[in-house]
Design a binder for this molecule. Structure first.
Ligand SMILES: [Zn+2]
Length: 203
């Protein structure tokens, strides 16, 4: 992660790191659906590199600037912002760990938790930041992130749940059936709030 530099922008990189923060899920527009406000004619526009190519002229009534985005009929994909930090063994002595933002998509969303160690393969990207959100002027300082394509969890977070030995339903059923006191257990389980009356419970 420390070697990432301007040479790597827009090229495939693979880094190792630890998840420190998982952001909220955000929907990202994939196919935009536009409808004309005058004649209700529709146009479907696919999104390339997060840029919406908004249709200017309605193909049906030839009016200009009448197309409106209908987000209920557009297609969205899942996107999650994950913050990755260097693993402690890769930090040189006396230095602070570096972090990087990673965008994960669709199937990769919500599969990792903070603390997981990952090997991430993705495209190193850079976007210019705006000096003022209301102006189009771009700052010469670029913000970098990784568009994840694939990752493998090298070491997951240990939870108590994962340490319970896995017993399948069939195993539980078979050990119960082998027990000679199966019938008595079933009888005792029937209406346990009523004491005694075993012969009635046997039916
Ligand atoms: Zn129209």
């Amino acid at each position: 992660m420390r070697q990432l530099g301007p040479d790597h922008i827009d090229s495939l990189v693979s880094i190792k790191g630890m998840v420190i923060r998982c952001g909220a899920l955000v929907p990202q527009l994939q196919v935009a659906y536009f409808a004309c406000t005058l004649c209700n004619d529709s146009q479907v526009v696919p999104i390339y590199a997060s840029y919406i190519n908004e249709p200017v002229i309605c193909t049906h009534c030839k009016q200009k600037y009448t197309m409106q985005l209908i987000h209920n009929r557009s297609t969205f994909s899942d996107k999650q912002v994950v913050r990755i930090q260097e693993t402690p063994d890769s930090i040189p002595d006396g230095e602070t760990p570096h972090t990087i933002t990673v965008y994960t998509y669709d199937d990769m969303v919500d599969t990792i938790r903070p603390g997981d160690r990952l090997q991430i393969t993705g495209i190193y990207r850079a976007t210019a930041t705006r000096c003022n959100p209301r102006k189009r002027t771009l700052s010469s300082v670029f913000r970098t992130y990784i568009d994840a394509i694939h990752f493998t969890i090298l070491q997951g977070v240990d939870t108590k749940l994962s340490k319970i030995p896995e017993l399948s339903r069939r195993d539980v059923f078979e050990t119960f059936a082998k027990n000679p006191a199966t019938y008595e257990t079933l009888v005792a389980s029937f209406a346990p709030s009523v004491f005694g009356m075993e012969d009635v419970k046997r039916g």
